[in-house]
Ligand binder design. Sequence first.
Ligand code: PLP
Length: 440
Amino acid sequence: MLRIKHGGHSLIRVNSRHSRTLLFICTGPVSCLPGRVFLSMIPFMEALSVRFPGQAGRRYFDWAATAIPDLPAQDPGAFGNPSSLHAEGRRARQLLEEARVRCAAVLGLDPKGIYFTSGGTESNALVLHSLLLRKPSPGILFSAVEHPSVRENCLVLERLGLRIAPIQVEPDGRVSPARLEKVLGKHPETRFVAIMGVNNETGALTDMPSLLRLIRARGGSPIHVHSDLVQAVGKVPLDIAAWDLDSASISAHKLGGPRGIGLLYLRKALNPLYRGGTQEGGVRPGTEYIAGALALAACLESRAVPERVALEYAEASRRFAVLIGALRAMPGCFLIPQDREDVDPRFSPYILQAGFKGIPGEVMVRLLDDRGYAVSTGSACSSAQRDRPVLTAMGLDPQTRLEGIRISQGWATTQEDITGLLETIGEALALFQGSSGKAE
Ligand code: PLP
């Protein structure tokens, strides 16, 4: 039960026995109501309740697309341009630098290596596009399951004359040291490698320390290692500094912060393709978004400190163990990959890919949506496309690829949400199988 004071009213949020989130608006002083009396009134009030607008009766399982916001953009209290010399500008500069130091402190990095950007997409693109200015042109490797902001920018670089090659993944969607070693051997010209920390469609977790050790153990010209950590930071235990990465991308809205703010970590400043100003050391020109930078710092402080990550990770694992175990036992349901365990250290406990034989993923998404459950098919950034490059890279056939749905959870997900989702999937399956006249 959550009580929020709002103006003269009290808002009370309750997760009822029937797994519904109810919102009551009380015009009187509810604090005088004894808790037990209040709770005993819930079944009665539930019958009369108005559902929480925008959230009432809804259960959100698309956290990998964006988290439920809980740390919106902050008013920095300074409107000046940080590049201006006057007091307003100096105040804005001070706040921006404070945000940078705070982000760096949580991540255990040097603040000089933190560059604010508009989010994960821009951070990835910025690093990749800068390769166009490097001479000689670097050979590029990228894992075959990268987010479109890496994969598609690599394809653009190829069209512009750079040599690229994908790193194939194992059937579980992960890059193994053996696969990496093989492709590095085939492409001795490689000077840049992109491997994401956690896959946004399957939750596959990269064993970054092993892969980095392998890359660093190779003699010859240094290789820049970039990692898209958008689905990893604040979700899985990680240590960017100890991993010896050259660059990494982070986004605030996956952590409950606002959209349009993220950061790029760079061990060494790069030569940017896009020019326009000296902001962010010239790496990311454009007037800075100070409220966003402060919100990102607050998100990291709230979500990405190791103790919090470990706690939420354990709880998320417990909830997903129930979900995965029950889905595996459900007739017609399959997991992607098939051998994903209830608790599986190869995967983030926040993202699951599963499918239902004979039911296109889009149909399942709509059936669940109609019943109040938000899940998705794949990456929000490629939801308009019907192909599923990540599942293709894992060797899945076209039919299975179209049946996949992504279920992703977050810190506000409850065990009741999971129970409700499982019941609703069961109902949707029965409905679909009844209407199509077949039982899988
Ligand atoms: N990288 C990954 C792995 C993602 O999941 C996303 C968002 O879906 C992005 C990058 C893009 O981040 P942003 O939305 O901040 O541009």
